[in-house]
Design a protein around this ligand. Structure first.
Ligand code: FEO
Length: 163
């Protein structure tokens, strides 16, 4: 059985993952209408991935005898300054999510819930990958700077990039 305190915290994490999915979906839609179709495809996939993160939590809570709550989600921002701004926000957001995951891990240790602790290791590793990916993309964008040709190739490559 999942302890009540942990169940509540896992349900809060469901909201964070769902919110992340909405956030990236809004970025994808913005990029799509600006003509950055490759970047949009990447962000659509990233949004789907966040939904999978949410569903994994949902299944875990229910399988452990709790009740997973499907949360109401806030309207994400709809406008972005540019592509650089988008990936700055992705990195900032992923760092926030990592902080939330770390708090959850800490709570599991306090409550001696080693089952959930083990389950959360997947998220700990995922966060390392997600922060690394956002930071590498930002490095590339810094190299490109204001070069429109560079951005064109970047957009094309992002369409084929795995999230
Ligand atoms: Fe599921 Fe990107 O955190």
């Amino acid at each position: 059985m999942v302890p009540e305190k942990i169940e509540k915290a896992l349900n809060e994490q469901i909201t964070h993952e769902g919110q992340s999915s909405q956030f990236y979906l809004a970025m994808a839609s913005w990029a799509d209408v600006q003509g950055y179709n490759g970047i949009a495809q990447f962000l659509f996939r990233h949004s789907d991935e966040e939904r999978i993160h949410m569903l994994k939590l949902l299944t875990f809570i229910n399988d452990r005898g709790g009740f997973a709550i499907v949360p109401a989600l806030k309207q994400p921002p709809l406008e972005f300054k540019n592509i650089h701004d988008i990936f700055e926000q992705v990195l900032k957001h992923e760092i926030l999510v990592s902080t939330e995951i770390n708090k959850l891990v800490e709570l599991c240790l306090q409550e001696k819930d080693y089952t959930t602790h083990t389950f959360l290791q997947w998220y700990v590793n995922e966060q390392i990958e997600e922060e690394k990916m956002a930071s590498k993309i930002l490095d590339k964008l810094k190299l490109i700077g204001e070069d429109k040709g560079g951005l064109y190739i970047f957009d094309r490559d992002m369409g084929a990039m795995r999230t």
